[in-house]
Design a protein around this ligand. Structure first.
Ligand code: PM9
Length: 459
């Protein structure tokens, strides 16, 4: 038989209880957290969809790797395994471990960034943008038009606009663009994939002007699986072969291993350029540690290496992408507006359509985030004007391109009944959407304000 039901391709060996609270308790807890779920103790959350980053369940082999970890300061066996596995996927010459993705970004942009420089990307993730801007450079998003419309269904909504890229290079000058980046999948734009054709087209433009191409590869395996099921010519290739081809067009990689390496901490930088690698390693020694451990313990390097072998398993990726799609299908059937089609690691509610009466400067996404917690103990995150909003010189909000609420699904953590419960909670909030209120800031930090902001409801 060819089974219709796609099952979790694992058994559960170890469990972690979750704590139930009442709505009354959650009202007090949320107020204490300044209506910012980032500030909630995790024990007060029932279903935690704040992020898919560092929240994966590790496999028995990864835990075994933790025991195998070689903690030698220099030349650890675990580093050589880490390096060999990453080379086998990326074929990059230099592999530099970092404690997480943003540490890789900080090192890279400290070296290549600076005032007067520009970095194009399909869409910069918030930490990437922050690291570019912190260096004094400008982060520029050149997402394809279709990726900006949550309601339009298309296969590769994470693609970069190649014509805009070329025009941008001509306008700003090759000498001011140290590198171009593509984020796979495009997290800030809905976890949408980038096609192989688009990676090739971007590489061709980069080659024409001698600009290196870097992949922000946090979710490279999910992207590879989308290519397999959606792009002609890739249906018979393995996810690993597709990933290898994706990396073959890149000159460098930044990666947060906390996503598609199935670990709780870790990251790396990889590249082919000798001089850049030497500079990155020198800075690594100052900021992270010796080049054979970066900011990680030997055991973490083992877990990353093993996770990278597991993530490209086709059964795993089929289950992963299908379970996100299942959640999306149920919400669409109930009329809940989401980014369509569902991406690889999360469902993104389109808050503009969910709450058309709450304007951007009253943060409709934050309103939904709060209500999901109050209704069902679900923690999600606003990806809209709270995260990406800026102010003009008169202090007026320049809203983000989209107002979204992301529910990121940790890898191998929740079962289908957790997801069915989640669907019930979201539909209940949607039914009562007329009662939702806007929010205003009572505190905001100058950078990455969403992490520590405090709010109050507008009564
Ligand atoms: N992404 C996420 O939840 C974790 C931080 S925000 C709660 O989506 C991309 C595409 C990411 C990303 C992190 C990083 C930084 C870089 N690029 O968190 O520093 O999605 O390991 O990675 C988060 P680190």
């Amino acid at each position: 038989m060819k089974p219709k039901t796609i099952i979790e391709p694992f058994k559960i060996k170890s469990v972690e209880p979750i704590r139930f609270t009442t709505r009354e308790e959650r009202e007090v807890l949320l107020k204490e957290a300044g209506y910012n779920p980032f500030l909630l103790p995790a024990d007060d959350v029932l279903i935690d969809l704040l992020t898919d980053s560092g929240t994966s369940a590790m496999s028995a082999k990864q835990w075994a790797g933790i025991m195998e970890g070689d903690e030698s300061y220099a030349g650890s066996k675990s580093f050589y395994r880490f390096e060999a596995v990453i080379k086998s996927i990326t074929n990059m010459k230099f592999i530099i471990p970092t404690h997480q993705g943003r540490a890789a970004e900080k090192i890279l942009f400290t070296i290549v960034g600076g005032p007067g420089k520009y970095f194009p990307n399909n869409t910069h993730f918030d930490t990437t943008r922050a690291n570019v801007e912190f260096s004094g450079a400008e982060a520029v998003d050149l997402l394809n038009e279709v990726g900006k419309h949550p309601e339009i269904r298309a296969d590769f909504k994470g693609n970069m606009d190649v014509e805009k890229l070329e025009a941008f290079i001509k306008e700003k000058g090759v000498e001011n663009i140290p590198l171009c980046m593509i984020t796979v999948t495009n997290n800030s734009g809905g976890g949408q994939p980038v096609s192989m054709q688009n990676i090739k087209d971007v590489k061709a433009v980069c080659n024409k002007y001698g600009i290196p191409l870097f992949l922000d590869a946090c979710r490279f395996a999910e992207n590879a699986y989308f290519i397999k099921i959606r792009e002609k010519g890739y249906e018979n290739k393995t996810p690993l072969e597709i990933a290898q081809e994706m990396f073959s067009y890149a000159d460098g990689v930044t990666m947060s291993a906390k996503k598609d390496a199935l670990v709780n901490i870790g990251g790396f930088l990889a590249m082919n350029d000798d001089e850049l690698a030497m500079k990155c390693r020198n800075l690594l020694i100052v900021t992270e540690g010796f080049p054979t451990y970066g900011g990680l313990a030997g055991r973490d390097l083992e877990a990353v290496a093993q996770g990278l072998l597991e993530i490209v398993d086709e059964h795993y990726l089929q289950y992963r992408i299908r379970s996100i799609e299942y959640l999306g299908e149920r919400l669409v059937a109930a009329g809940v507006p989401i980014i369509e089609p569902p991406g690889g690691h999360a469902i993104y509610i389109d808050a503009k359509r969910f709450l058309p009466n709450i304007p951007a400067d009253q943060y409709p996404g934050q309103s939904i985030v709060c209500e999901l917690y109050l209704e069902g103990g679900v923690r999600s995150v606003e990806i809209g004007s709270v995260m990406f909003g800026k102010y003009d010189k008169n202090g007026k909000l320049i809203p983000a391109m989209m107002e979204l609420v992301r529910m990121a699904i940790p890898r191998r953590v929740y079962t289908q009944s957790h997801i069915d419960y989640l669907i019930e909670v979201i539909i209940e909030v949607f039914k009562n959407r007329d009662k939702l209120k806007g929010y205003k800031f009572t505190y905001e930090a100058p950078m990455l304000r969403h992490f520590t902001a405090r709010f109050k409801p507008i009564i």
